[in-house]
Design a protein around this ligand. Sequence first.
Ligand SMILES: Nc1ncnc2c1ncn2[C@@H]1O[C@H](COP(=O)(O)OP(=O)(O)OP(=O)(O)O)[C@@H](O)[C@H]1O
Ligand SMILES: [Mg+2]
Length: 169
Amino acid sequence: MSTPHVVVVMGVAGTGKTTIGPLLADALGVPYAEGDDFHPPANIAKMSAGTPLDDNDRWPWLDAIGQWAHGRAGLGGVVSSSALKRVYRDRLRAEAPGAVFLHLTGDRSLIEQRMADRKGHFMPAALLDSQFSTLQPLQEDEAGVGVDVSGTPEEITERAVAALRRLAN
Ligand SMILES: Nc1ncnc2c1ncn2[C@@H]1O[C@H](COP(=O)(O)OP(=O)(O)OP(=O)(O)O)[C@@H](O)[C@H]1O
Ligand SMILES: [Mg+2]
């Protein structure tokens, strides 16, 4: 049997990381961790005050996610992290070299619609613009797959499982 993947679910805000992550973990029979839960207290204070995080704030957060992923090496796991920039993914891989990325991709209009329907969250359109302009898709040398987020969460999860299965260990 092949070694279970440690999967980082990445993508712009509203693309479905928190929705698909736990479904994927269930389908693979591995634990799920929510990337947002790894922020150190200083980041939480900053975000609560409405101050955007800068990259210096992100490094300890990415390290913590990477350490969780490393702890699941050989066992399998799913963790969410938008990981929009290549340097963020490099940072995650520095801790968890075997991690593979599942990039949830979708039309801006679809994601915008889902964001608009989301309860208890407010995200101005400008923030989504900045997410798309920050996004650096997976490069050739990065282990991972892209999956389109049209359809139901169950359909997306099936697509993700199939795509991950095709990824060589
Ligand atoms: N396949 C889907 N069909 C319909 N609605 C969906 C689907 N996937 C996600 N959603 C809804 O879209 C919204 C955004 O999804 P979700 O919160 O999972 O995204 P996210 O990538 O975790 O966002 P963030 O980066 O802000 O944490 C939620 O309201 C969620 O219920
Ligand atoms: Mg989320």
